[in-house]
Design a protein around this ligand. Structure first.
Ligand code: FMN
Length: 325
């Protein structure tokens, strides 16, 4: 069907984007069981033990890949492991320990794909590839494409500013997809605002090997987010790109990677003036988060949020995203 399905032995060209706090082993397993490629999301606060546990859940009962092989142009990919993935963030200080935990996994729990995004990706991509793992990298501008390609990334994820969660907001999904297809021979997936089968068909017609979807899975019961968060996401109609939640929580995200989240009064108040945020505002955010108020809990989501229904399950979402015919 595509370089993605052939390479990873999956039946539909849909990847569950790694989403820290939402995509754990259970959701990844459910997506892979439904024919896609489920990925576990991590951030700096996820320990090597957590990674081991969640990899075991994601890989449970799955048949290890036998080195399937696919090519696009001069680039070839031959993943080993089991049909699920793990997403890492390049900028977090915990990255080396997280990579070590992945490399120590047994063959049944070994991911077929590891992604490294957001920051200096060259070293981690090389380390993972030298250990025989296939590596993906999310790119948001021309410099990202060049860096990921030079480091030998096996799968390039062209991620536009429509996407939920962190990333760049410089290019739209269609633009970065066209650029990446021009600049690399590796299979390219499209990400950002892809919310139904028509969207998936559109990016595949443009040359993508598949779609890397996050927001579409945010209301799945298998997710690690709370039922309250899922309900709020299901009701949400609008999103905004900003650094508000990171600044409010003093997170060390590099400035160029803001996040797209559900619009709330607090977010509207501080977007575009994050550097002026007061201690009182930070305290208001912390207190709101502490009491589970979804006006303050960061609800990261992309522009496709208004097309979500809540609640649902991963298999239904995979079916709804899969192009027919
Ligand atoms: C709630 C949420 C959490 C995310 N966490 C991560 C993460 O941990 N690692 C990562 O590489 N990308 C993360 N992302 C970005 C996704 O990988 C992907 O780029 C994005 O979801 C694609 O756009 P879409 O949400 O419109 O489908 C996250 C996205 C969301 C919505």
């Amino acid at each position: 069907m595509s370089a993605l399905t052939d390479t990873f032995g999956i039946t539909t060209p849909i990847v569950l984007a790694p989403m820290a706090g939402v995509a754990g082993g259970r959701l990844a397993h459910a997506v892979s069981s439904a024919g896609g490629l489920g990925m576990i999301g991590t951030s700096g606060s996820f320990s090597p033990d957590w990674i081991r546990e969640q990899a075991a859940i994601a890989g449970e009962g799955a048949t290890p890949l036998r080195g399937a092989h696919a090519e696009r142009g001069t680039h070839s990919v031959a993943p080993q492991g089991t049909a699920f993935g793990i997403g890492l963030m390049a900028w977090v200080p915990q990255l080396p320990a997280q990579i070590e935990a992945i490399l120590a996994l047994g063959v049944e729990d070994r991911p077929a794909l590891v992604s490294v995004s957001f920051g200096d990706v060259a070293g981690p991509i090389r380390t993972l590839r030298e250990a025989g793992l296939a590596v993906a990298c999310q790119v948001g501008n021309a410099a990202d494409v060049a860096a990921a390609t030079a480091a030998g990334a096996d799968v390039i994820v062209a991620r536009g500013g429509e996407g939920g969660g962190h990333g760049r907001n410089e290019m739209a999904t269609g633009e970065i997809l066209a650029l990446a297809l021009d600049e690399t021979d590796a299979p390219v997936l499209a990400a950002g605002g892809i919310a139904d089968a028509a969207d998936v068909s559109r990016v595949m017609t443009a040359g993508a090997a598949g779609a890397w979807c996050g927001t579409a899975f945010l209301t799945c019961r298998e997710g690690e987010n709370t039922p309250e968060a899922r309900a709020a996401i299901g009701r949400a109609q609008a999103t905004r790109y900003s650094r508000v939640h990171d600044v409010a929580q003093d997170l060390a995200w590099p400035r160029e990677f803001g996040g797209r989240a559900v619009t709330t009064p607090f977010l509207e108040q501080w977007a575009d003036r994050e550097d002026e945020m007061t201690d009182a505002a930070r305290a208001e955010h912390a207190a709101g988060k502490e009491r589970g108020d979804t006006d303050y809990t960061p609800l990261y989501a992309g522009v496709g949020v208004d097309r979500l229904s809540a609640p649902t399950d991963a298999a239904s979402v995979v079916t709804a995203l899969t192009p027919r015919g």
